[in-house]
Ligand binder design. Structure first.
Ligand code: PEP
Ligand code: MG
Length: 583
């Protein structure tokens, strides 16, 4: 028996035989020089391969639309766009025509370079996009090299699929009746493969690095998707423990469904709002399933991820429209791009700043490229009649930045109206409170904001001077630090004084140890990943405001993060024992 630990992707228990699917990942293609007389033939081969691959991708997209939704089929539309991108095609044709490179190598080389750029990003989200480039370029190479793929659709007994790196199309075409779980060496939580695994509710653990080396064909596996654990050949007692968890899980799912239609209301009647954070439109479906009251944070920079493909106004408009239509009357908060810092986008932003987290990032980046910001605002406003949209500006540090952003919004509104473009009246604009200065002058910012959403991930980073991506100082990044709590309190109080709502959309909102504390601080809205909604609602429905307020008062006066962590732990054990963790 051996336990492997990876990234929990899609919750649930699976117990089955391992089906090892080892495909060569992205083999290097030999490079050679072609004769000038071969150029015409080679470029034709390339264009024919693109046409055949595009046909295959369209088939996959149609299948995705039938089996899932238009949103999820969007992954394949994005792949198709990448395949047919004139900029990328031109690069390949240039390599063939000018450098006389063989076609396969020209394709491989471009894909390889794009992957390296994405892989070098400090942000896992960008590294996750490598799988999309792999999918598109491998399909093209397989066609050029006439490779026949092993089909996962032929699986005909219950298995846990173990692979180095599955592509989104693998998930779509596999026989999902029999694939009970997915284990992968590669992959992060925001990869499209992970998103599809969640969409199909297949318990999955990714990012295990060596799973394909440690697991043998036919090994019995017990997989815990919530804990991110895979047990190879479990002992009898361990196996029965997992079977027990599986039974408890299916009971809990029933309870979660019951909770869906109940309000997020404390025992003494304080009603708050629970919303979802999304990165791509595909996540809306899951959010609606758990009964969210809106989208509290749509991280729009994800639209800018496809390399070589600028997020033009039309593609932005389509993405925003699809989210707004799916959400109906429920509010959708679109954050203007947060590019820079740890989110480097090759097409827009060249890295190399000394202190990127203190540098050209988020609203600073957008205000220095007003045309880019105006294009985004225009796309949002054009989509606005389709639902209930709000605009949110990230990383505001002072009043001037907010005034400039609002002026651009007004300018775009006027331009739209001047051109007879229909826009919803009174689209609200709010800000993220992520910089300590913004929390301190929240009273001034509240004068000009429609709402506040506190980005605790960054607020903690900047308040405690802790790089949120540096594991060496990660122990300092504590949401319970009294300094952080006092800033949150200042921002909430300033919002209420001005009659506007205060939300939190950082990870703290989905941390059930903080829920009562945040209620006590007066928070109106919690926005988090859809998978956390039910548990947070359970806490809210189990507590009374007077107890939460007393807890918040104590924590604000706590002497340290550690003292407050202890306080919250014992509070949970006393007031919500069913959800307090033993460790
Ligand atoms: C935050 O900083 O808390 C936040 C929600 O924004 P992001 O995580 O995208 O920086
Ligand atoms: Mg942030």
């Amino acid at each position: 028996m051996k336990t492997l630990s990876g990234i929990p992707i899609s919750s649930g228990i699976a117990i089955a035989k391992a089906f090892l699917y080892v495909e060569s990942d992205f083999p290097e293609i030999p490079r050679y020089t072609i004769k000038k007389s071969q150029v015409e033939l080679e470029t034709k081969r390339f264009h024919d391969a693109v046409k055949r691959s595009a046909l295959e991708m369209k088939r996959l997209r149609d299948r995705a639309e039938q089996e899932m939704s238009k949103n999820q089929a969007g992954i394949f539309t994005a792949h198709l766009m990448m395949l047919e991108d004139p900029f990328l095609q031109e690069e390949i044709i240039n390599s063939i025509e000018k450098e006389l490179m063989n076609t396969e190598w020209a394709v491989w080389n471009l894909a390889h370079n794009l992957m390296q750029t994405m892989n070098s990003s400090p942000d896992p989200v960008f590294r996750d996009r490598v799988v999309d480039i792999t999918e598109v370029s491998k399909r093209l190479l397989d066609d050029l090299l006439s490779v026949t793929k092993i089909s996962l659709s032929n699986i005909d007994e219950e298995v846990i699929l173990v692979a180095h790196n599955l592509l989104p199309s693998d998930i779509l075409t596999m026989n999902k009746t029999f694939v009970k779980g997915i284990v992968m060496d590669m992959g992060g939580g925001t990869s499209h493969t992970a998103i599809l695994a969640r969409a199909f509710n297949i318990p999955s653990v990714l990012g295990l690095s060596t799973a394909t080396l440690e697991i043998a064909q036919g090994d019995i596996l017990a997989l815990d998707g919530s804990a991110g654990e895979v047990i190879i050949n479990p002992e009898k007692a361990v196996l029965s423990k997992y079977q027990k968890i599986a039974r408890a899980n299916s009971k809990r799912q029933g309870r979660d469904l019951e909770l869906k239609s109940l309000p997020a209301e404390t025992l003494d009647g304080r009603r708050v709002s629970l919303k979802a954070n999304i990165e791509i439109p595909e996540e809306v479906e899951q959010a609606l399933k758990v009964g969210v009251e809106g989208i509290g944070l749509y991280r729009s920079e994800f639209l800018f991820l496809t390399p070589g493909k600028a997020a033009e106004e039309e593609s932005q408009y389509e993405a925003y429209s699809s989210v707004l239509k799916a959400m109906g009357n429920l509010p959708v908060t679109i954050r203007t791009v947060d590019i820079g810092g740890d989110k480097v986008l090759p097409d827009y932003y060249s890295a190399g700043e000394k202190n990127p987290l203190l540098g050209w990032r988020a609203i600073r980046f957008s205000l220095s490229q007003p045309e880019l910001l105006k294009t985004q605002l225009r796309a949002i406003l054009r989509a606005s009649p389709l639902g209930n949209v709000r605009v949110m500006f990230p990383l505001i540090s002072g009043v001037e930045e907010l005034e400039q952003a609002l002026a651009l919004l007004e300018e775009v509104k006027a331009e739209c109206l001047g051109k007879g473009i229909a826009i919803a009246p009174g689209v609200e604009a709010g800000i993220m409170i992520e910089v300590p200065s913004a929390a301190v002058i929240a009273d001034l910012l509240a004068e000009k904001s429609g709402f506040f959403s506190i980005g605790t991930n960054d607020l903690i980073q900047y308040t405690l001077a802790v790089d949120r991506g540096n594991e060496k100082v990660n122990y300092l990044a504590q949401p319970y630090h009294p300094g952080v709590l006092r800033l949150i309190k200042t921002a909430i109080d300033a919002a209420h004084k001005k009659g506007i709502k205060a939300a939190i959309c950082g990870e703290m909102a989905g941390d059930l140890r903080c829920t009562a504390l945040l209620l006590g601080l007066g928070l109106d809205e919690f926005s988090m990943s859809a998978s956390s909604i039910s548990r947070i609602k359970q806490v809210i429905r189990s507590v009374k405001m007077e107890d939460c307020k007393a807890l918040a008062e104590k924590a604000l006066n706590g002497v340290s993060s550690k003292a407050n962590a202890g306080l919250l732990k014992s509070w949970m054990a006393c007031y919500v024992p069913s959800l307090s963790s033993p460790d």
